[in-house]
Ligand binder design. Structure first.
Ligand SMILES: NC(=O)c1ccc[n+]([C@@H]2O[C@H](COP(=O)([O-])OP(=O)(O)OC[C@H]3O[C@@H](n4cnc5c(N)ncnc54)[C@H](OP(=O)(O)O)[C@@H]3O)[C@@H](O)[C@H]2O)c1
Length: 284
């Protein structure tokens, strides 16, 4: 009997997995992005600006882009000052709904830095819409052109570069993709499309070692002063405040890091818990 127990114990010990402790120790340095190249669309203001600033602090080479040259230059200057090695970001002015500008964004990133590690699809517009407004179809087309079609085109152009180095894609969606708000007909439909796009891309690109994940922000305060709606949202939010760009940037850093090596096709909701009470919006 004793012999049997010893033998069984031996078997258990033999089958228990043994992983290198070095992988555990590497977690302490997982936010060091030195040598990595991060392209964040819509990084000339708001959430995108917060993302490029954080990645510059974390050592990465970043691309600052948007349509307004003045905003791109301002953010690029601040980003360079934050970089530990004072790395100069690439500045690209362009409209992502134009294929030539979009191609130029990818081409100049590769020409300047020689690689692309992280593509963050952040640029987006959010005009309110409803089905009875007279210009619904033209506004719908504008929203979809940037918030969804340009994302597909950017991913299409980026995959050949991302697959060379196990790159990753992070899509900035919205809690509007999850909770229906009646004033968000076109925007929320586009963001819901983005969520599904990310999941399907995760399936297709997983075998190429490209991870694809989505972040769904709640109300993120990007422009002063706080609006009455933002104040109300903060009141209803379980964590008692609006988000700030850094809240989203930290989530992007997690999803871009080796800490999320086994995460793809996920939705990371970053909203202080408001999605669970978001129905109050529709009573206003
Ligand atoms: N703020 C929130 O509460 C919130 C909540 C949920 C989700 N989000 C999402 O987060 C993302 C960023 O939002 P945000 O609040 O930071 O917006 P934002 O401050 O208005 O920034 C939008 C960025 O996109 C750029 N952009 C707009 N149209 C463009 C175009 N056609 N081509 C290229 N770039 C363009 C803007 O620069 P130019 O205007 O100079 O081009 C700017 O850099 C969006 O996808 C939004 O849907 C925001």
């Amino acid at each position: 009997m004793k012999l049997l127990i010893v033998l069984l114990c031996g078997l258990v010990c033999i089958v228990s997995a043994d992983y290198p402790i070095e992988d555990y120790k590497a977690v302490a340095k997982s936010r060091d992005f030195t040598g990595k190249v991060i392209l964040v669309t819509g990084s000339s203001s708001g959430i995108g600006e917060g993302i490029v600033k954080l990645f510059s602090i974390l050592g990465a080479n970043v691309v600052v882009t948007g349509r307004k040259a003045q905003d791109v230059q301002r953010v690029a200057k601040e980003v360079q000052e934050l970089s530990p090695l004072k790395l100069k970001p690439l500045e690209v002015v362009g409209d992502l709904t134009k294929t030539s500008d979009l191609n130029n964004l990818i081409d100049s990133t590769i020409k300047t830095f020689g690689r692309l590690d992280v593509l963050v699809n952040n640029a987006g517009i959010y005009p309110q819409t409803n089905i009875t407004q007279t210009d619904i179809l033209s506004v719908w087309d504008q929203i979809f052109a940037l918030n969804l079609r340009a994302v597909v085109e950017l991913v299409h152009r980026s995959v050949p570069h991302l697959e060379k180095i196990n790159g990753t894609i992070i899509d900035i969606s919205s809690i509007g993709a999850i909770a229906p708000f009646k004033v968000n007909l076109a925007y929320a439909s586009a963001k819901a499309g983005m969520d599904m796009l990310s999941r399907i891309l995760a399936l297709e690109l997983g075998p190429k070692n490209i991870r694809v994940n989505t972040i769904n922000p709640g109300s993120i305060h990007v422009r002063d002063p706080l609006t009455p709606l933002e104040l109300l949202v903060a009141k209803y939010t379980p964590l008692g405040r609006n988000g700030q760009p850094l809240d989203i940037a930290r989530a992007v850093a997690f999803l871009a890091s080796t800490d999320s090596d086994f995460i793809t096709g996920a939705n990371l909701v970053v909203d202080g818990g408001v999605v669970y009470v978001a129905g109050f919006w529709n009573t206003m």
